[in-house]
Design a protein around this ligand. Structure first.
Ligand code: FAD
Ligand code: NA7
Length: 545
């Protein structure tokens, strides 16, 4: 640890939190209520909730089961919030987060409708200056970015996009006044969001045209009502459930399989796949059936073949079934849905495969494909996903030491130490930053917030003035994440997980794929070794660590 002679210039507040989704809400509570710091949170949306404030499209819901798509840090909070369906619809998650914000009286410290446009570290004062879109600025000693990893919309620049005479919307900005009942609706995109939207919209739209670039592997979600007796049983069991979640791999509330797919007979494989198909949930199908679906090409092919056989069984029209059937690896974030493939048996749903017949332009009347057909529409929905992980960071004038912008650090793709801090950016933390865990996210958010809180608490108690990872520690973590990702099949599929969905974006490893248990263990080891990999400075007059 080095020392600096100058006294601390007072800051406007101790800490600034940017974003008020799952991450920012808990971070604000941690810093203000547990550490006793003064905190200002900024949120560019008109309400709290992040993902769950913006994604109000028909069908929006969690694909993590509701009993583990929540916070676990407060046992009373866990006991007082009920659920009535296996997965939570968007309004349910938003109501839950509103409840949390009110319960801990957080709203008064969240400034809504306020976009952070700049965050600049001053090496003379060791303070951050955070500027907002309303022309104001505030200084703080700490900044925590809770900007969201799936929060910056990807809006493809399709020719004629602005000429459309109907309503053109992205699912991440669904307008409150848009009712698609009886309308001619087109949707571009068949990822997690697109498949949710398609199954819901088919029930109300007059006609639904699905523009599909890549067919998807999608398993049933098994959604349905949950009765109070089951809720009560789950609540009684919460200690054991959360212990399992925190030490598991994907943190989805089920036991991952320890059995290799090829170690059992073909009949047994099919039995296990069927059993998990019947139970439902995408992560369960990928990680609860066999332990090597995401790592062994043969096991992956067996799972993929099973899903393909289901598509052939479910979809009535053979040509539609063929177009819906993926032939590539089963190695994107696994999808689940209620009746996705069945939806294509409806008379009002039309599949337009666009891989070989791409969209040529958007016209005032609709979408024209390369074969010259103009698909006439009243509403066109972009379910085209997100500039994931680093997207929102790069829109901020974010500068650390030497005035260097985050883009200058991230020329080869975004990096961090432990998914939560960045060398050259003292006293700055990230929730779900690059190379954080690939899991059900609330438990990983909690792990990060708890750990950041511990570190800031230690710094406060011991007179540490700045703390940041070393470049070596960051490079080591990046290499670890690359090594682990390369042991899986995920890098071989083009998806947002590696930035492959954004034209021109550098493909890079953006997740730690060894699971939440291993991640939490690593966090514990780093803290236990006196924050190994972090460099600290302190004022000479401060108490020694
Ligand atoms: P967010 O909820 O994205 O919040 C980030 C906030 O930061 C936003 O409100 C944003 O407006 C704000 N912000 C960003 N930049 C600025 C700025 N410059 N100034 C001010 N404010 C800013 N994950 C799961 O684990 N399971 C699921 O089932 C699941 N379902 C999902 C379904 C959908 C439709 C989507 C889009 C995502 C889903 N996710 C799911 C991922 C989800 O994003 C996370 O689970 C979680 O909500 C992330 O919380 P967060 O606080 O990190 O980010
Ligand atoms: P995804 O998973 O990135 O899916 C986006 C979809 O949009 C996918 O089908 C894409 O096809 C398609 N897409 C993207 N750009 C285009 C263009 N230009 N033309 C045609 N089709 C396009 O985003 P989601 O929102 O569904 O899910 C992201 C995560 O958010 C998800 O895992 C949940 O956690 C919530 P492609 O497959 O690239 O061919």
């Amino acid at each position: 640890m080095s020392t600096v002679p100058t006294p601390q210039v007072p800051a406007d507040v101790d800490a600034i939190v940017i974003g008020a989704g799952f991450g920012g809400i808990y971070m604000l509570h941690k810093l203000r209520d547990e550490l006793g710091l003064t905190v200002q949170a900024f949120e560019k949306g008109g309400g709290i909730g992040g993902t769950w404030y913006f994604n109000t499209y028909p069908g929006a819901k969690s694909d993590t089961e509701g009993f583990v798509y929540r916070y676990s840090f407060d046992k009373d909070l866990l006991q007082e919030w009920d659920w009535s369906t296996r997965y939570l619809d968007q309004p349910d998650v938003l109501a839950y987060l509103d409840h949390v914000v009110d319960r801990y009286d957080l709203r008064k410290d969240i400034r809504l409708n306020t976009e952070v446009t700049g965050a600049v570290f001053d090496e003379g004062t060791d303070l951050w200056t955070v500027s907002t879109g309303d022309g104001r600025s505030l200084t703080s000693r700490y900044v925590v970015n809770a900007l969201g990893l799936l929060a910056k919309s990807n809006i493809p620049d399709i020719p004629g996009r602005d000429s459309f005479a109907g309503r053109l919307v992205h699912t991440n900005a669904w307008p409150g006044d848009l009712d698609i009942t009886g309308q001619r609706v087109g949707v571009i995109g068949t990822g997690s969001t697109g498949t949710q939207f398609i199954t819901a919209a088919a029930r109300t739209a007059g006609h639904l045209t699905v523009f599909q670039r890549s067919p998807q592997y999608c398993v049933p979600s098994g959604n349905g009502p949950v009765d109070q007796a089951e809720v009560d049983r789950t609540k009684e069991n919460f200690d054991a459930i959360w212990e399992q979640v925190r030490t598991s791999v994907v943190a989805f509330g089920f036991e991952e399989s320890g059995v290799e797919a090829m170690s059992v007979s073909a009949d047994e494989r099919r039995r296990v796949f069927q059993e998990n198909w019947d139970k439902g949930n995408g992560f369960r199908f990928m990680f609860g059936t066999f332990c090597d679906i995401a790592t062994n090409p043969e096991a992956n092919a067996a799972a993929a073949e099973f899903i393909r056989s289901k598509i052939a069984e479910i979809v009535d029209d053979p040509e539609t079934a063929r177009a819906l059937t993926p032939t590539d690896l089963y190695a994107k974030r696994p999808l689940c849905n209620e009746g996705y493939y069945e939806t294509y048996n409806r008379d009002n749903v039309e599949l337009v495969p666009i891989k070989d017949n791409p969209i040529r332009e958007i016209t005032p009347a609709g979408v024209r494909t390369a074969d010259g057909v103009e698909h006439e529409l009243d509403v066109l929905v972009f379910a085209t996903g997100f500039d994931a992980v680093d997207g929102n960071y790069r829109t901020i004038d974010l500068r650390g030491r030497d005035g260097r912008h985050i883009d200058e650090h991230w020329t080869e793709g975004p990096t961090s130490y432990l998914g939560l801090a960045k060398s050259g950016f003292p006293n700055m933390f990230m929730i779900l930053g690059p190379n954080g865990p690939f899991t059900n996210l609330p438990p990983s958010i909690e792990a990060q917030v708890d750990w950041i809180g511990e570190l800031i608490g230690t710094a406060e108690r011991t007179g540490v003035r700045t703390v940041e990872p070393t470049a070596e520690a960051e490079a080591g973590w990046t290499a670890t994440c690359e090594e682990i990702a390369n042991m899986t099949l995920f890098p071989q599929a083009d998806s947002w997980i590696f930035g492959a969905n954004i034209p021109g974006k550098k493909n890079a490893v953006m997740f730690y794929m060894a699971g939440i248990g291993a991640y939490r263990q690593k966090l514990g080891e780093v803290a236990g070794a006196g924050y190994d990999g972090f460099a600290m400075t302190r004022a000479t007059e401060a108490a020694a660590v």
